[in-house]
Write a protein that binds this ligand. Structure first.
Ligand code: GAP
Length: 579
């Protein structure tokens, strides 16, 4: 059985995750996290919050998942958040046309960049058939399909809205308020963990491509001319880099390990801010249990980058022989805030104070409204605004006897002597700038999936095959399972008391008294519980219990009174053999 098939079976049987709504035939692209999976996911989210919010001193918010259409007009999602769709005329199945081409043509890795026409040609040239029924697809059109789920806000269809396709927009639209909380001082970061929705054409690979998923995103707002990251903190961190040149054949074709400092100095890292977050994130991936031998940072190829993105890298985890993007790191420049500023008319800027006040020449106007009023009637105010904008843009327009402004496609001539045009010296304390954004964007479901795949293994214990999850103790859904040797002679009551005390001390505890003891250990190994505590007859005599370690299967007796302290040491990294 492949590692992904084995994990899917385990995930369903032991309650990590499973396809939703199966009682009604299932809904492709939606997964439910069972009790074990929900706990693992929560631990991963807590680890993310602990580093990217608490340790790095950022803010966290929680925005709605439904947003009005105007937001997505501004962000560009309405116009361009599309994938290529191809529908089979024979069976009606829909497919991602670019994925069909990538699967069929070994040399093509990013078919989306080729455009719909070329992809349709490739489908025909390579005789690609429908993966569902085998019918030829050569004659079918390849079209753009917007991935957003639409809805109506309130009754009727007058206020269209969309389920957000990324949590980021919930942060960007609140920038005017968030900058107040940051006391108008850059840099500052705002994080959010929440659901995002994409009507994926072909959901696949379990949690990898789904229609509803959790993102953990950080938007770090900076002054691009003044702010630098504390790069010293990560300079010596080693990062596995798969550069654009290695991918296109100019390099040696593989992953190279460099320190962040060296990769910034000699390439391929370009942006200090992106480099900083690649370095910081290594700590996070290690903490949650990603196998760093099955992990790389891949640089986007030029054609892959969004038009606003200056430097982009993806963190990728290897799963079943495929590299899966688990995080996108992007330097988004001032694109998002500028767009929201333009569309909303609100100030998506911050005031940058100069070190010293500066004296500058400014072209100003002071229109004579007793002339503009009678001449332009209701439009007089707009003419005055247009004159002011023109003076700021092009003072030479005021050099003749009259100046021309355009309003709603109509031109209006105004005598210069009535505009009050003048060039004045003004002293300014600063200027308004649109911050730039660095965005690490993590897909939590993909992290859960990668961690599970990387943790899953089998070995032989006591001549029996054992399936286990080698999860870091802090990520495991259950930290300690308490198992009484027998459910008689007071052993079960003693064990329940110990379990209650461990719970009161803050541990995630399972109590398991069914089946033979070996079977109970196997059950806990399979859901990744790092420690089992066995209560036996000796416990009744001397108040000691046995602790069993999942990975080594080693066992040791400790005093029941010391149990919480011992488990705390184990969780923080001490080995049982060292105690
Ligand atoms: N705000 C930037 C953004 O949303 P993205 O690369 O489209 O960037 C970020 O998404 C992360 O979200 C990805 O790296 C991936 O882990 C996760 N993700 C995206 N689409 C997904 C899907 N359909 N199913 C599961 N996770 C997804």
């Amino acid at each position: 059985m492949s590692e992904t098939a084995a994990l899917a079976e385990l995930a369903k049987r032991r309650g990590f995750f499973f396809a939703s709504n199966e009682a009604y035939g299932g809904t492709a692209g939606f997964y439910t996290y069972g009790p074990e999976g929900a706990a693992l996911k929560r631990n991963i989210e807590d680890a993310w919050r602990d580093l990217f919010v608490r340790e790095l001193g950022n803010m966290e918010l929680e925005a709605p998942t439904v947003m009005p259409e105007a937001v997505f007009e501004a962000s560009g999602h309405l116009e361009g958040f599309d994938d290529m769709i191809l529908e089979c005329a024979e069976c009606g199945a829909t497919h991602r046309a670019d994925h069909l081409v990538e699967d069929a043509v070994p040399d093509i890795e990013d078919a989306e960049a080729l455009g719909t026409e070329r992809v349709a040609e490739l489908v025909a040239e390579h005789g690609i058939g429908c993966p569902s029924c085998g019918a030829a697809l050569a004659e079918e059109p390849v079209e753009e399909f917007n991935l957003m789920f639409g809805t109506n806000i309130g009754p009727g269809s007058g206020a269209p809205g969309y389920l957000r396709p990324e949590t980021a927009q919930g942060i960007f639209v609140e920038f005017p308020r968030l900058k107040e909380y940051a006391r108008n001082t850059l840099p500052f970061g705002v994080a959010q963990i929440g659901r995002a929705y994409r009507n994926e054409i072909s959901p696949r690979r379990a949690l990898v491509r789904v229609r509803e998923f959790t993102q953990a995103e950080l938007e770090h707002f900076i002054d691009p001319e003044r702010d630098r990251p504390p790069i010293e903190a990560v300079e010596d961190v080693e990062v596995p880099l798969y550069s654009a040149s290695a991918q296109t054949g100019d390099g040696d074709g593989g992953v190279e390990r460099h320190t962040v400092g060296a990769a910034l100095e000699a390439g391929p890292l370009e942006s200090e801010w992106v480099a900083y977050y690649l370095g910081r994130s290594v700590e996070f991936y290690e903490r949650i249990g990603i196998d760093m031998d099955r992990f790389r940072y891949r640089q986007h190829l030029a054609g892959e980058r969004a038009h606003y993105a200056a430097d982009c890298w993806d963190a990728e985890a290897e799963i079943g022989g495929n590299w899966i993007e688990v995080t996108g790191f992007a330097y988004r420049s001032d694109y998002d805030l500028s767009k929201h500023g333009e569309h909303s008319g609100e100030p998506f800027t911050v005031f940058r104070q100069y070190d010293e006040p500066r004296t500058v020449e400014r072209a100003v106007v002071d229109p004579d409204m007793s002339y503009l009023g009678p001449e332009f009637g209701e439009a007089a105010g707009e003419v005055a605004d247009a004159l002011e904008a023109l003076a700021g843009r092009d003072r030479s327009a005021f050099e003749g006897d009259s100046v021309t402004v355009e309003l709603d496609g109509e031109t209006h001539a105004v005598p210069v002597e009535t505009t009050g045009f003048a060039v004045e010296e003004q002293t300014e304390a600063g200027e308004h700038i649109t911050p730039h954004v660095i965005e690490p964007s993590f897909g939590v479901g993909r992290l859960v999936y990668s961690v599970l795949i990387h943790a899953h293994g089998t070995d032989t214990v006591d001549d029996e095959e054992r399936s286990f999850l080698e999860l870091p103790a802090a990520m495991a859904p259950t930290t300690v399972a308490v198992v009484p040797l027998m459910t008689k002679d007071g052993l079960d009551e003693r064990a329940e008391g110990i379990a209650a005390r461990l719970r009161a001390d803050g541990f995630e505890v399972a109590y398991d008294d069914t089946g033979n003891i070996g079977r109970r250990y196997r059950r806990q190994d399979e859901v990744g519980t790092p420690y089992c505590v066995t209560v036996d007859y000796e416990t009744l005599e001397d108040d000691t219990v046995t602790i069993r370690e999942r990975d080594s299967t080693e066992q040791k007796r400790v005093s029941a009174d010391d149990l919480s302290a011992v488990i705390r040491r184990l969780v923080s990294g001490d080995a049982l053999s060292e105690l």
